[in-house]
Design a protein around this ligand. Structure first.
Ligand code: NAD
Ligand code: MG
Length: 380
């Protein structure tokens, strides 16, 4: 088993990855985060051999970190790219947002194994990421629980045997609400996810179902299945993590407690499995239920399908507009229902093109952010 580079080490995925690494006795070759937070400094002390990447730091922070960490510390966005190319490493990308894209591409270009939690890499830059995989010969393994589930259901199966992929969704905290009720929900309610404990952006995305829309696009790229053969089902208990239906009518599902340490660990050890910490699963007394998503109330789901089908720059615009709108919602500058409106308007306003490089994707991202911010100004 190789050594690990943990990008986004201070986040929800990063913390759980380090827990898995410690339990399995894996070497942590590098850690990185957005800023020089106390949390990152504690990690730098806990992993004294690890290189430390800081994406953004003031000159005073640079000076003081260089004093304490000497040549172990690297700064700037290039630092993430450099760490992602650490020879022979498994790169766990737990950065949030499109900021994770350059490191994903660099890891695959360098022929590394990329355990990808940063779904925005595939949403915004799917073709660019897959091209890097082909070019560099790296291995792309999903961390997202639904995609880890599908990946595991597909072991030993032929691509032609697959009829469709079925992504399960908890439905989030607003399952069953009407459009009118969504107008008045608060930030605290949106952050109170019923089954998963995650960072703020993905938690809000789970409440709008944009997270599921991103996962549909992610699945399209990871498994090479067209959008007509990717379905979404609401499953409030989050025990069935996703399913594959085969041409003979069989379905395979992946079940377990909702605990991200399981798919994180599998992405690191696959195809082998290592012991985990969960107690044996007790099926008796469990009720698993499934229902159709309410596409009229949770409009982000179909906005995502439409952007995925348009391809080219549309999914990058979808992601950028959503990042901006979710941030504005978290800062209480717009209401919850405005997130879908801003994303839809931004999708309509940014000229369609076909990004072929990381820079192209980031150009689209910048333009879409500016347009989305304009719409937010108008919505205030
Ligand atoms: P989080 O907000 O808890 O953590 C984000 C991490 O990224 C932090 O370490 C932060 O310092 C770092 N970061 C943010 N901006 C950065 C930048 N510009 N440059 C470098 N680092 C930066 O987020 P999270 O919940 O851990 O999610 C991380 C990714 O994993 C997201 O793409 C999310 O969609 C995906 N994911 C998360 C979960 C989960 O359970 N948390 C599940 C599936 C997928
Ligand atoms: Mg998921």
């Amino acid at each position: 088993m190789s050594r690990l580079v943990v990008l986004g080490a201070t986040g929800s995925i990063g913390r759980q990855t380090l827990e898995v690494a410690d339990r399995l006795g894996l070497e942590v070759a590098a850690i990185a985060a957005a800023s020089a937070s106390d949390h990152l400094l504690e990690l730098a002390a806990a992993y004294p051999e690890a290189r430390v990447g800081v994406a953004s730091a003031t000159s005073a922070e640079r000076e003081s970190l260089t004093e304490t960490l000497a040549e172990r510390v690297l700064f700037g966005r290039e630092a993430l790219v450099e760490l992602a190319t650490t020879p022979g490493a498994t790169i766990v990308n737990g950065i949030v947002g499109v900021a994770g894209l350059p490191a994903s591409v660099a890891a695959l270009d360098a022929g590394n194994r990329l355990a990808l939690a940063n779904k925005e890499s595939l949403v915004a830059g799917g073709e660019v990421v897959l091209a890097a995989c082909d070019r560099g010969g790296g291995t792309l393994v999903p961390v997202d629980s639904e995609h880890s589930a599908i990946h595991q259901c597909l072991v030993g199966e032929e691509a032609e045997s697959v009829r469709r992929l079925i992504l399960s969704a908890s439905g989030g905290p607003f399952l069953g609400r009407t459009s009118a009720e969504l107008e008045t929900v608060t930030v605290d309610e949106a952050l109170d996810h019923p089954t998963w404990n995650m960072g703020p952006r993905i938690t809000v995305d789970s409440a709008t179902l944009m997270n599921k829309a991103f996962e549909v696009i992610e699945a399209h790229h990871l498994f090479g299945v067209d959008y007509d053969r990717i379905d979404v089902v609401i499953h409030p208990q989050s025990i069935v993590h996703s399913l594959v239906e085969f041409v003979d009518g069989s379905l395979k599902a992946h079940l377990g407690e909702p605990d991200m340490r399981v798919p994180i660990q599998y992405a690191i050890t696959e195809p082998a499995r290592a012991p985990g910490t969960l107690a044996p699963f007790d099926l008796a007394g469990r009720t698993l239920s499934f229902e159709e998503p309410d596409r009229d109330v949770f409009r982000c789901l179909d906005l995502g399908y439409a952007a995925g089908r348009s391809g080219g720059s549309a999914p990058a615009v979808l992601n950028a507009a959503d990042e901006v709108a979710v941030q504005a919602f978290l800062e209480r500058r717009i209401g919850f229902a405005s997130i879908a409106v801003i994303v839809e308007r931004t999708l309509g306003d940014v000229e369609h093109r076909t990004p072929t490089s990381v820079e192209d994707v980031l150009d689209v991202d910048r333009e879409a952010r500016a347009v989305a911010n304009g719409h937010i100004g108008g919505a205030c």
